[in-house]
Structure formats: structure tokens, C-alpha cells
Design a protein around this ligand. Structure first.
Ligand SMILES: [Zn+2]
Length: 419
């Protein structure tokens, strides 16, 4: 390419131009090797133990350098992130984004949302759909949503053939098939990251066992959505394997046993399950998060492993709002910013066995969130309508997906307007 340029230059320009070209040759050849440079931001990259001010350079959709003082002359575009936090693109492992199926209130689009509408503005670059589709309708989900979204959409495949298709279909035990689920999950193994069980109200253990069977065939985690009220929480946690994920961890509803007892103590069997390696996801949603559970649990060592939001049309307009709001809520509860970022990036990446994501390693895909910490008087709401006050709130200033700027709240990457 350079010799081509040189040839054109020699062929078409006068001697002075050639001299000028040769003078600037090092700048041309090495000059703009990066597409994007995010300078002076405070990088928090839990995987690589980075928690300090660094520059992050991006080229061809990949992170190519995380270092001190990278020169802006080397980049086509430079963003000054002074005073901001630069973290891996956030991963939300509990969402409902299958908007296309005709099946039920969840899958027909009444509950589900379109991923790009809500992800980037919250710094989220990867969402995992929590079993809205099953092995029968996953191809439709892929065609309608996954293939058409800029957000990376992964999925826990529902053991129920048609996913969250409403009663009685989603509770038909005969339509829950470990072999079929494993077959589809294997076929789309770059997208499907585990098997989901939930929204089943019968007393039969078969659905749980079938989901477990599929998870074992695939060596992928189970995502247990409902804390199935007809089984005891203790039994469910005992059946779960290390690496399996339970969501709605801090729910307090009458039908099922919460993780914290009536005296404010975490049940010993819950801590035993945590020690065994069962992963606790927030799964906030509309009803899944209560301060009465989450705060004592946090104080007694049962912090969530991930901040799955249970994003759907109701939760986003209620106390949940966005994953960033859940992160801010946990800062108000007492979690450090570093711990909050870990649970929004590297922890969920590992829990879905996608260690290529949730980090800013050189060579990794350039999914990046640039966050601000707003200071002031804020309120956070739980599912019971309780309000917790906090003085910090995270906001997504800039979101980058595969090297491309997909969200820019205050025009950090835009040029100054001149009349
Ligand atoms: Zn859900």
C-alpha cells in the first residue's frame, strides 16, 4: 500500500511534494494505526487487575493497546476521558429480548424489549436472553432479533420447547426434551450459553432434571429463573452444580422461601450452596429484588455474582430501570466501584464461559463502556416500593461495540460545532 502511494506520488507530483511525502512518511505509516484512542480515563479491568489511569487504543474492532501515554497522533479519533471510568462493555445475563414470537404475554412482545433500544445507553454490549425461546423457536429468535441487533445477543435456551410461551404450552413436560435442547444448543453453540429452567408450577421434578440433563450433555450451566416454589429452595440448591446460576436471588414472595430468614439471617444451606459454587444472580426484574433480602445477604457475605437485570417492559419502568441503576444501587448498599464493575463484566463473562468477553485484554473485541460517577442525592427503589438513598450514580457517557461508537451521551466523540 505504501509503495503504491509512493508510485502515485512519484508519478503525479513534483519534487517538493515528494520530499514532503517522504518527510511525513513515518507519520503516514505508523501515524494513525489506531481507529480510536480513549485517553486519560481511569481503567477498571478486573480480569487484568488494572485499576488506574491508562489509555486504551482500538483498531479493527479490537483492543490493541492499554498503556500509559499513547500519543493521539497515532489515532484517527481521540477521546478525552479525564475524570471518567473506562471499563469492559457490560454484560447483562438476564434479559428478555425475543420480541417476535406469537406465543404468550412474555414472548409476544408485550414483555420483551428490543435489545439495542436499552443496551448501549446503559453501557451494556452483551445481553443474554433468559429462556424466552426454547429449542423449537430459537431459530426464529435468531433470525428476528439476534442476527439483526448490534448488541451481542446470547441465550439461555429454555428446556420448554417453545420457551416462555404461556400456559399450558410452557408447562408441557412432554415438550421438554434434553436431547432436542442439547442438539439446538450444540448447533448454535456460539450463541447458546446454557439451559434455562423456570416458569413451571407443577410438582414434577422432571423439568428440572431434564434441564440438568441437557446442561450436563453440553457442559453448560443451568440458569434457574424461578426458584420453583413447589420445590424447596434447599432442594433446588442441592440439585444445582457448581457453576449453575440461580436468579431472582433476593426475591421475597410468599410462595417460596427467601435466602434470608425472618430473623434477617441467611439460611446456612444458602451459604453452603454458595461455597459449593452455585452462582447468585440478581435478576432484579419487577419483583425479584428486595432490600430486606439483598442488604442482610450482602452484609453476611452473600453478594451477587452478577447483576442480571431481568430486563423487560415492566422492570425497566419500575425500580430496576437499567443495569447501571442496579450497579448504582449496590454502591448505595456499600459495594465498591471495583467490585461493582467486576460483577458487571468479568464475573458474568466467566459464568457463561465466554472469557473472550468482559475484559480489555489486548486482542479482545473492543466492547467498552465509559462511565461517569454522578454525585448528588439519588433514590433507589426495590420491588416492595422501598426507597434507599444514595449519593452516587453511574451513567454511560460512551459505549463502544466492536470498535464502533454506539452511544455518546454528551458528544465526547463529536466535533465542536462552529457557526
Ligand atoms: Zn426473567
Amino acid at each position: 500500500m505504501l509503495s503504491g502511494k509512493l508510485f502515485i506520488t512519484v508519478g503525479s507530483m513534483a519534487g517538493t511534494a515528494l520530499v514532503a511525502f517522504l518527510f511525513f512518511l513515518p507519520v503516514v505509516s505508523h501515524g494513525q494505526q489506531y481507529d480510536l484512542l480513549i485517553k486519560n480515563g481511569h481503567v477498571i479491568d478486573p480480569k487484568n487487575n488494572i485499576d488506574t489511569i491508562k489509555d486504551v487504543a482500538v483498531a479493527n474492532g479490537k483492543i490493541v493497546k492499554v498503556d500509559n501515554d499513547v500519543s493521539p497522533t497515532q489515532s484517527k479519533k481521540t477521546i478525552d476521558a479525564t475524570g471518567l471510568y473506562v471499563v469492559p462493555g457490560l454484560i447483562d445475563i438476564h434479559t428478555h429480548v425475543f420480541v417476535g414470537s406469537k406465543a404468550d404475554k412474555f414472548a409476544d412482545g408485550i414483555y420483551s424489549v428490543s435489545p439495542d433500544d436499552f443496551s448501549f445507553k446503559s453501557g451494556v454490549t452483551t445481553v443474554v436472553d433468559a429462556g424466552t425461546s426454547g429449542w423449537r423457536n430459537f431459530p426464529l429468535f435468531k433470525e428476528q432479533v439476534i442476527d439483526k441487533s448490534q448488541t451481542r445477543v446470547l441465550a439461555f435456551l429454555n428446556i420448554a420447547g417453545s420457551g416462555m410461551s404461556g400456559k399450558p404450552m410452557q408447562e408441557d413436560v412432554n415438550d421438554m426434551n434434553a436431547d432436542s435442547a442439547a442438539f439446538v444448543a450444540e448447533k448454535y453453540k456460539d450463541i447458546i450459553v446454557g439451559i434455562k429452567i423456570g416458569h413451571y408450577e407443577g410438582s414434577d421434578l422432571a423439568p428440572f432434571n431434564k434441564a440438568l440433563d441437557a446442561g450436563k450433555k453440553l457442559n453448560e450451566p443451568l440458569f434457574v429463573e424461578c426458584h420453583l416454589p413447589q420445590y424447596s429452595l434447599e432442594d433446588q440448591l442441592q440439585m444445582m452444580r457448581p457453576g449453575d446460576i440461580i436468579t431472582h436471588s433476593y426475591e421475597q414472595v410468599s410462595e417460596r422461601m427467601p435466602v434470608v430468614d425472618e430473623h434477617g439471617k441467611v439460611h446456612p444451606f444458602v451459604l453452603t450452596a454458595q461455597k459449593k459454587g452455585v452462582l447468585f444472580d440478581v435478576g432484579h426484574g419487577g419483583a425479584g429484588f428486595w432490600f430486606s433480602q439483598a442488604i442482610p445477604a450482602f452484609q453476611q457475605g452473600l453478594a451477587p455474582n452478577s447483576f442480571g437485570s431481568d430486563l423487560h417492559r415492566f422492570s425497566m419502568n419500575a425500580g430496576m430501570k437499567s443495569m447501571l441503576n442496579i450497579m448504582s444501587k449496590y454502591m448505595a448498599i456499600g459495594m465498591s466501584l471495583g467490585d461493582v464493575v467486576t460483577r458487571a463484566t468479568w464475573n458474568p463473562a466467566r459464568s457463561i464461559k465466554r472469557e473472550d468477553l468482559g475484559n480489555l485484554s489486548e486482542g479482545a473485541v473492543a466492547d467498552i463502556a465509559v462511565l461517569s460517577v454522578q454525585k448528588g442525592k439519588f433514590g433507589f427503589i426495590d420491588a416492595g416500593g422501598n426507597r434507599l438513598e444514595g449519593n452516587k450514580k453511574l451513567e454511560a457517557e460512551l459505549t463502544v461495540r466492536a470498535g464502533k461508537i454506539v452511544w455518546d451521551l454528551n458528544g465526547l466523540a463529536a466535533q465542536p460545532w462552529k457557526q
